[in-house]
Write a protein that binds this ligand. Structure first.
Ligand code: ZN
Length: 188
């Protein structure tokens, strides 16, 4: 990994620069999952890491300061990050008490190394006809609509109440390919 960093061709990253690699797949999957706060908490952890060390141990106070996420939501976000396989939480001794140690895992940067929970947010399952967003995971609920002959079950986007349209396999793969290359897929 350090080798990769040293070989970077980015002209902004010469000697004296201080930076870490943004985990694009993790941030996109968390956002697709409606877990923006977890994405911000991951950012707060990242900013304390370096290319030499992927284990960090900021206090909750520090995480709050860098993420803007409240303490209760930090607890929730840490659970989400663990469940998605993006971090591993351990304990380190801090005088008489213990403190959390967060190891930022490889899957954050690799779509192909996502676990089964994170993978649900790789491929869109539909498209919302109202807010125009791609729908991932299970961001819909079922709504009944009385047709002349039968009950028609429609999928309703939880966030906006719009009707969710199915995507063809080809459309799904097209969005997937764009996500992988870091291009923001239309119609965001
Ligand atoms: Zn919508």
């Amino acid at each position: 990994m350090i080798q990769e960093f040293n070989r970077s061709k980015d002209p902004r990253l010469g000697p004296g620069s201080l930076w870490v690699a943004m985990p694009v797949p993790a941030c996109r999957a968390l956002t697709n999952a409606g877990q923006v706060k977890a994405s911000l908490v991951l950012f707060a952890l990242m900013i304390h890491s370096s290319n030499q060390n992927s284990s960090v141990f900021p206090s909750r106070e520090v995480i709050k300061k860098f993420s803007g996420v409240g303490k209760d939501s930090i607890t929730q976000s840490i659970k989400v990050l663990e469940k998605f396989g993006f971090i591993k939480v351990g304990k380190i001794k801090n005088g008489r008490t213990h403190r959390n140690n967060y190891e930022i895992l490889r899957a954050c940067w690799h779509w192909t190394e996502f676990n089964k929970y994170a993978s649900r947010y790789k491929m869109p399952k539909g498209h919302c006809t109202k807010c125009q967003n791609w729908i991932y995971g299970s961001a819909w609920t079922y709504g009944g609509r009385q047709d002349r002959l039968a009950n028609v079950r429609t999928r309703i986007h939880i966030n906006c109440g719009g009707i969710v349209q199915d995507l063809t396999k080809k459309q799904m793969l097209m969005v997937r390919k764009m996500e992988e290359s870091g291009v923001v897929p239309f119609p965001y």
